[in-house]
Design a protein around this ligand. Structure first.
Ligand code: AMP
Ligand code: ZN
Length: 138
């Protein structure tokens, strides 16, 4: 399903132009308009999902399978040394476009990409209890 006021619905379905690397019936892969590094691209489903919480497992599986192929091709063509795969859900997590998208960000020595967090501390007993609680919903 498409959403009328969604920019990525329009891009995914070809109503707004994008520099497309690849598309099939279900997904479009295109370059980010404000790239963090050379080759930074996005994979979006043509159907509208707000975020990962809104997406079905099967679509997610097919999307990541495509991501594996795109990542391999980017690496081959760009000779990048590594790659960050980033996917933001919710304003708090940095999402600015509320149509699911997976970022593929090639990495190079000396680039200015900043994806990270400060390592915290964990209590093993707390982690065990949390693991059990979360496992119940999977
Ligand atoms: P996020 O912050 O994870 O929601 O990422 C949104 C991304 O979409 C940003 O990296 C933007 O640069 C990118 N973006 C926004 N509008 C366009 C557009 N018209 N074409 C390509 N990329 C876009
Ligand atoms: Zn959309």
């Amino acid at each position: 399903m498409k959403k009328d006021d969604c920019i990525f619905c329009k891009i995914a379905n070809g109503e707004i132009p994008s520099t497309t690397i690849y598309e099939n019936e279900e997904f479009r892969v295109f370059f980010d308009i404000a790239p963090a590094s050379k080759g930074h691209c996005l994979i979006v489903p043509k159907d509208h999902f707000n975020d990962i919480f809104d997406m079905d497992e099967e679509t997610g599986g097919r999307l990541f399978s495509l991501a594996v192929k795109v990542a391999g091709s980017l690496k081959k063509e760009l000779n990048c040394e590594g790659m960050n795969i980033v996917q933001n859900n919710g304003t708090i997590a940095g999402q600015t476009v509320f149509h699911f998208h997976l970022h593929l960000i090639p990495r190079y020595t000396g680039d200015t990409v900043n994806v990270g967090w400060k390592p915290g501390e964990a209590d093993t007993e707390e982690l065990k209890a949390l693991a059990e609680a979360v496992r119940k919903n999977i």
